[in-house]
Ligand binder design. Structure first.
Ligand SMILES: N=CN[C@@H](CCC(=O)O)C(=O)O
Ligand SMILES: [Zn+2]
Length: 405
């Protein structure tokens, strides 16, 4: 049940993971007018500063609200049949080249109205919120016409009006080549550059532009054209890169100042170096790795040694990661990629916010928006250790307790 916030609220005696590290002592956190206004070890708590504050919670673990920085939450239909095909040995690429995969979701999404897409997407969004998400990035990419891509982005924006969550939108017009452009990929890229990006920018529907740089997606040269158009319209850049092969897409994205390069299982050292130099975040997507039963691990040790920030996201989508549970992603990031629980939790808070260019989010620090989760656990690492729904006691969005039990 949402409860109305007073302007001053206190969380007392909580274990705090601040988005980067776990603080040593039990803390007391003051929230005022939607922002974090004070943070003290409970023994040194400033009573005078917090005068008049209501106690909103006591005990448990307080983390920043989770930031899911890579999702394809808006789509119609499902691809359970392809899941079965893959279990029988047909590869993701083979399904894509036969006109299934992304194009199967494109057919269903083109046929759906905005209201139908809202109805299909809300349960997925609600699942993310129930697992602690306060900011979610949502990509287009199942429309592949100007009208259908804008339709998806409008639905994404509307989802953010229907629920207490920050929605960041990304135009992924270059997700796959639509059948009407078969054999004319460069013409389709022109459509993305000359019509889709300008229209999305003019209507304020996109915060960033993404591409699928891959053999079954778009070539580095085509992605470069898209980055130039995105930059010309003041939009941030992201990339699906090095997921199935190494085309140098991450290094290219980094050269254009990309916020993030995502998947990156096949990333090499030159790519890691380019990302480090540009401050491009490595977004790890263990759900897709798991569902596709991949074996090529992302170069975690290299990323660590070059100090490349690592984020972790659900990649919630109908094909490679039909999973709407960010805390499961923390678990998979540890078990499959050998991240530490601290890295995984940073990856879903501070580093995920960085991957969206939102350095103000994903931290518990004075002045930050009070997007918080209070969990019924003893220590932050439990979020990555156990896979269990129902541990969220409160979700706080902009200082307001929007979920409590
Ligand atoms: N790799 C490309 N895009 C999505 C999958 C999209 C789909 O299969 O529908 C991803 O992030 O894994
Ligand atoms: Zn994706």
């Amino acid at each position: 049940m949402p409860t109305q916030s007073t302007s001053k609220q206190l969380w007392r005696d909580v274990q705090v993971f601040d988005g980067l590290v776990q603080l040593d002592e039990a803390m007391t956190v003051l929230v005022e007018d939607g922002r974090i206004a004070g943070l003290w070890p409970s023994g040194e708590f400033n009573e005078a500063r917090a005068e008049g504050a209501a106690c909103a919670g006591r005990g448990g673990v307080l983390t920043p609200g989770l930031v899911d920085c890579h999702t394809h939450l808006v789509y119609a239909g499902n691809r359970a049949g392809e899941f079965e095909q893959r279990l029988e040995g047909v590869s993701y690429e083979e399904i894509a080249r036969a006109g299934g995969g992304i194009l199967s979701s494109v057919r269903a999404t083109r046929a759906a109205s905005e209201d139908e897409l809202i109805a299909a997407s809300l349960p997925r969004l609600d699942a993310l919120l129930a697992d602690g998400v306060t900011t979610v990035e949502i990509k287009s990419g199942y429309g592949l016409t100007v009208a259908d891509e804008l339709k998806m982005l409008r639905v994404a924006r509307r989802l953010g009006e229907l629920r207490p969550v920050r929605v960041i939108t990304t135009l992924l017009g270059a997700h796959a080549l639509p059948p009407e452009y078969a054999g004319r990929a460069d013409d389709y890229v022109s459509l993305v550059c000359d019509e889709m990006i300008p229209a999305a920018a003019a209507e304020g529907l996109a915060d960033a532009v993404d591409v699928f740089c891959e053999g079954i997606g778009f070539s580095p040269a085509q992605c470069e054209r898209i980055y130039q158009a995105a930059k010309a319209h003041g939009l941030a850049i992201k990339a699906h890169a090095e997921q199935l092969s190494n085309l140098g897409g991450s290094a290219l994205a980094a050269r254009y100042g990309a916020l993030s390069a995502d998947h990156i299982e096949y990333l090499d050292e030159a790519g890691v170096r380019a990302m480090a130099e540009a401050g491009t975040v490595a977004v790890l997507l263990p759900g897709a790795f798991h569902v596709l039963r991949e074996t090529q691990l992302p170069p975690i040790e290299l990323l660590r040694s070059y100090d490349v920030p690592m984020a972790v996201a659900s990649d919630a989508n109908p094909g490679t990661s039909p999973i709407c549970m960010p805390t499961l992603m923390a678990n998979l990031a540890c078990t499959l990629f050998r991240l530490t629980p601290r890295e995984a939790l940073s990856g879903m808070t501070a580093q995920a916010a960085r991957a969206l260019g939102r350095l103000d989010l994903g931290r518990i620090e004075v002045g930050a928006p009070a997007d918080l989760c209070l969990w019924d656990i003893q220590q932050p690492a439990e979020l990555a250790y156990a896979v269990q729904a129902g541990r969220l006691r409160q979700r706080v969005f902009n200082g307001e307790v929007v979920y409590a039990r």
